[in-house]
Design a protein. Structure first.
Lengths: 468, 468
């Protein structure tokens, strides 16, 4: 089986989409798929297929794809499993470039009929080199093409961005997208690979490495069929685009006895961790860390080194950040003389003016804060900056000072922040700075600091020589 | 020095408040304090003190507290440090029950004059047994009394609740409150103890243990003067009300050389962890974990045992939760026969119907989901429940089924959830369930699971015999 990259591109960029099993009945997934396509603003042709309807959501409906007088790029299939082999044949006859198979009930069920059907389908499409997302998936979304080929119309609310998300769990994909909506993280593609008829992690990674809308690849994984193959492919692509992976299922859930056998659990987890590390894949431990890290890598793919500055308008957040830096491989570096002199001019002599800088004595002086940030930004000793500022009534305008950073046209150092205020007070400014690309903001200093530590881990992973 | 609990009660429940250093100038903290009191809806008398004004924010202003013809319960002081000793004497003459000293520039500055002033103040108030919050603090808030005695009016936006927050960092207190606003976590008191003239963690804990509005005590700590004393007091109060503590400053930030000396850093961290554990204090590692854990303990103070159920509408979130349960001391228990039979009736035979239950085959069937949750709720084998449900267009109404749990009048088992949807879709239902006390919801399955693990850690801490 070999699926050329051109076919993957066609799958994600169709000009016409047929929904085989489209429905006007809200209890059917075919209804929700139609809603996703139409509400999502897909600019191409949408063709509902249903022998029992003449029109669905205002669109002329055909009894079968075979009766169309023209070819179709993408077919989304939501019919019962046993009908799918015949449908696949019809699809191929209509020249489809790709298929999204939402239907469940193949390999994942215990009934041997499921596995047989799976093999039968694989035979049909593999021979024709047609890629299939699924079966047993919610579908996929190409945000930049306004293509929502899923049963969840709300995926279209996710911002367009540079992260390609590939997930083995539909639930996790939904969750990550909902958090992304709240935290304004953008995606290029959101893909539920489901039970992987012929599009697995490996194929998705190869494709996203070529995809011009994707800068960072985020993976949610439970178990993989061919870990060695994935590892070798990722190793070969090391450093081209960052890959961040969250792997769950470290224990054997089906086996009560082995559950308490922590030795074997830890062992399995270690095996994966080792493989990820050798392949240059950055492993993380939660959906939040996956999203946080991908968000930062999409903006600041390169942390040049491990020497960071911590600047905090209030002491506490700086101390929590220093703890995390000290536990990781980051160095809280000494400033260059020029920088230190500049800070000494700005802050009173009794403040903690060395790195980590407690800007507390100037916490409501916007000019002083910005002066310090600018001085540190220009310090060659510093390769990344953590900046924390908590709102108080008296410093409400301090946030505005950061706008001067948007004027600086020189290459930017990673500036990872926790700027926090009650809802509605600073959001507009923070959003503007994020959109201008000068910083990425996180809800807590700990999450910001862990992200900086992860940028540094990725730097090491991407540049180290792959071990045998 | 001994400060009776009645004085602490009076400090937090004044009927009259004087703001010494009140101002109409926005550049002065005395302006913001006045705004906090007036906008916060404090129902008692507010008396601005400023020799240069006749009226501030519509309130008659007096040149000094000495000129008042009546006594004052609480004085908030925002004057320069060197003026404070004389002011304190005036306050005592007016019978104040407590003082909030926002002014900085005492012990925390290197100038020996600062430490001298600190001692001088301590001598004045300790003799009179008058408690002082500060110096060098944003102040304190008693939400149930609508008393915002701080320089940040926005603290009044925090919900009234049952968590008492005591922090050594103003920045962290602000941050935690802002997150609490977004996540609807309620507090009883928010206190920045600052440089602790005579109200330290120990005294705050003793008071909050007696406070009828507080069920859980949350602490943010950097360093403490008398760790042994705090430890012994907490040990004596073990199990009365949960105490959750987040301690930062594990490394020596001032000393570049010792920073890379991870052995000593880990050692210091271990010392604190051991002390917390002996004192029955639940240690956490981030502001989010502090808030999450306190929120859950305020609703479900008692997890009867470590046997939990994981119920997930989609497989992924359940797997991530099982990982965390397996890494902690929680047991994913076998259901009682009756429960298992009921689940077997509801879910098709091919689903994973044992604990952790993959409710995937019924993910858009509200009745089935609720039937499973109810059956497990009634299972005596199960002592806590993790429930995960991710929105999709087709299961939008599934959330409504949980309302049946509000009708059950029997004592409730801890139900920790991650119910997630795009903004605005499920929020109203989740808020209603949280307000009804049937569940506490978290943004991710990992955070929900860590909270369950912490409820279990607290159960062990609270009930174990204190070691010598």
């Amino acid at each position: 089986m070999d699926i050329p990259i051109t076919r993957m591109k066609a799958l994600f960029n169709p000009t016409s989409v047929a929904v085989i099993g489209a429905s006007e009945n809200e209890a059917k997934l075919g209804f929700h798929v139609m809603k996703s396509l139409t509400k999502g603003g897909f600019p191409g042709k949408i063709i509902p297929i249903n022998p029992g309807s003449e029109e669905i959501m205002g669109l002329k409906t055909f009894p079968s794809i075979a009766e169309l007088s023209y070819d179709i790029d993408l077919a989304i299939v939501v019919l019962p499993a046993k009908m799918v082999p015949a449908i696949f044949k019809e699809c191929l006859a209509k020249g489809v470039q790709g298929i999204v198979l939402i239907t469940a009930g193949f390999r994942e069920i215990d009934d041997p009929m499921g596995a047989e059907l799976h093999e039968q389908l694989a035979g049909i499409v593999n021979e024709a080199h047609v890629p299939v997302i699924g079966p047993n998936t919610f579908g996929m979304i190409n945000l930049h093409a306004n293509l929502n080929a899923s049963f969840t119309p709300e995926f279209s609310l996710v911002r367009k961005g540079r992260i390609g998300l590939v997930s083995q769990s539909g639930g996790m994909c939904h969750l990550i997208s909902f958090i992304a909506m709240r935290e304004r993280v953008g995606f290029s593609k959101i893909v539920g690979i489901g039970n992987r008829l012929n599009v697995d992690f490996e194929r998705m990674i190869s494709y996203l490495m070529e995809d011009q809308d994707t800068d960072v690849i985020a993976l949610y994984m439970e178990g993989i069929d061919q870990p060695r193959q994935l590892q070798e492919m990722a190793r070969g692509l090391r450093g081209r685009k960052p890959i961040v992976a969250y792997k769950t299922g470290i224990g054997n859930l089906g086996d009560q006895a082995s559950r308490s056998h922590t030795g074997s659990i830890a062992g399995r987890s270690d095996v994966y961790s080792g493989a990820f590390s050798q392949a240059g894949v950055l492993e993380v431990r939660s959906v939040e860390e996956l999203l946080d890290t991908a968000k930062a890598l999409a903006r600041f793919p390169v942390l040049p080194g491990n020497r960071v500055a911590i600047l905090s308008s209030q002491a506490g957040p700086g101390i929590s950040a220093a703890d995390i830096c000290q536990r990781s491989d980051l160095t809280i570096v000494s400033f260059a003389d020029q920088t230190q002199n500049r800070i000494n001019e700005i802050l009173p002599p009794l403040a903690l003016r060395t790195n980590p800088v407690d800007m507390g004595p100037a916490w409501y002086n916007s000019e002083a804060l910005v002066g310090i940030v600018r001085a540190v930004m220009e310090d060659d000793n510093v390769e990344g900056i953590l900046l924390f500022m908590m709102f108080a009534s008296a410093n409400v305008d301090s946030i505005k000072g950061l706008s001067c950073l948007t004027e600086n046209k020189r290459p930017r150092k990673p500036l990872i922040t926790c700027l926090s205020a009650p809802p509605g007070i600073w959001d507009e400014h923070i959003n503007r700075y994020e959109d201008a690309g000068i910083l990425v903001n996180f809800p807590t200093p700990e999450r910001a600091s862990r992200v900086m530590a992860n940028l540094n881990r990725y730097r090491r992973l991407a540049h180290s020589v792959p071990s045998a």
